[in-house]
Design a protein around this ligand. Structure first.
Ligand code: 13P
Ligand code: SF4
Length: 315
């Protein structure tokens, strides 16, 4: 089948089944084109909460689709490839985390949204890279905090807020593999470029960045910045939106692999047009969670969305 067939069929099925397609910026270009909304984890969680479609088709990774299901338990949530995981979510198994939490009973638990529903259910508050700093700043100084599962994002928040959160030892396999030395070499070749980085990058890289922020924050920074060139330390999929919005600007990727010029998240790229079409046609694979997990995981996610509204991060 060719791409035209899939595109037409996906559009037809979307109407016929009253489905909405939510897509993350790291998805393949052709999937971003077919999405009703594209955004970062925070915007997509909010969209998932607001939409009233019968079916939510989530083009992203498993934890994102789970979040949509937790916020919409009565709706069908489909993920084109159920094995589209995330190295951060995998770094934090439920039983190990439960033990860690029990060792620190006086700490509250803030979990980055890149974790399983089981971890969310053990958390007091969820955050995304788009709201983590402001959420942490809004808590009393003396509050003891466990931050899981991303030690890079947690370390970055510690460094900008002066907190001393206890960090779970997880990393994103894509962002953590990018090297500050690579960025410095690119900077020598392009001295007029601004370095923008996702906070999942390691601390050495973040120290040489001109701007650190979520996918959406990086997009906003580019639009407002006077720079014409950007060294981009995040997953390659976002370049599609960056180039579309800024045809007059130049983007240079930071490699996450020896001998290649790319930083693709293999999990994000598991979703293809064919899988998207098949999952909409057959209404499977579907995200399924127990009522107990949904109830417990919804609390810290809803708390995040409410706090984000109060703090003016989202409308
Ligand atoms: P954002 O919330 O910034 O879109 O990040 C999600 C993600 O998985 C980054 O690797
Ligand atoms: Fe997870 Fe990293 Fe892929 Fe984002 S880019 S989904 S954090 S593995």
């Amino acid at each position: 089948m060719d791409n035209e067939f899939y595109k037409n069929e996906i559009a037809r099925l979307k109407k016929e089944k009253n489905a909405v397609i939510l897509g993350h910026y790291y998805q393949r270009d052709e999937i971003q084109d077919l999405s009703d909304y594209i955004g970062d984890s925070l915007a997509l969680a909010q969209k998932a909460q607001q939409c009233d479609n019968d079916i939510i088709v989530f083009c992203g990774v498993h934890f994102m689709a789970e979040t949509a299901k937790i916020l919409n338990p009565s709706r069908k949530v489909l993920l084109p490839d159920l094995t589209a995981s995330c190295s951060l979510a995998e770094s934090c198994p439920g039983a190990d985390f439960a033990r860690f939490k029990a060792e620190h009973p006086d700490h509250m638990v803030i979990s980055y949204v890149n974790c399983t529903a089981e971890i969310k259910a053990m958390s007091d508050l969820i955050c995304t890279s788009g709201n983590a700093e402001k959420l942490v700043r809004s808590l009393p100084e003396e509050q003891k905090i466990i931050f899981a599962p991303d030690k890079n994002l947690g370390g970055y928040i510690n460094s900008v807020t002066g907190r001393n959160m206890l960090l779970w030892d997880g990393v994103c396999m894509v962002h953590d593999a990018m090297r500050a030395e690579t960025v410095m070499q690119l900077k020598m070749q392009h001295p007029d470029a601004a370095v923008i980085a996702h906070p999942e990058c390691n601390s050495a890289l973040l120290q040489v960045a001109d701007f650190v922020g979520s996918t959406k924050a990086m997009l906003s920074y580019i639009e407002k910045s006077g720079h014409k060139k950007f060294i981009v330390a995040t997953e390659t999929g976002i370049l599609y939106e960056m180039k579309k919005n800024n045809p007059d600007k130049e983007f240079i990727t930071v490699s996450a692999k020896e001998g290649c010029n790319c930083a693709d998240c293999s999990y994000m790229k598991q979703n293809t047009l064919e899988k998207l079409y098949l999952c909409m046609r057959d209404e499977t694979p579907e995200i399924e969670l127990s009522n107990e997990i949904i109830e417990a995981a919804a609390r810290p996610i809803v708390r995040m969305l409410e706090m984000s509204k109060q703090l003016g991060i989202i409308k």
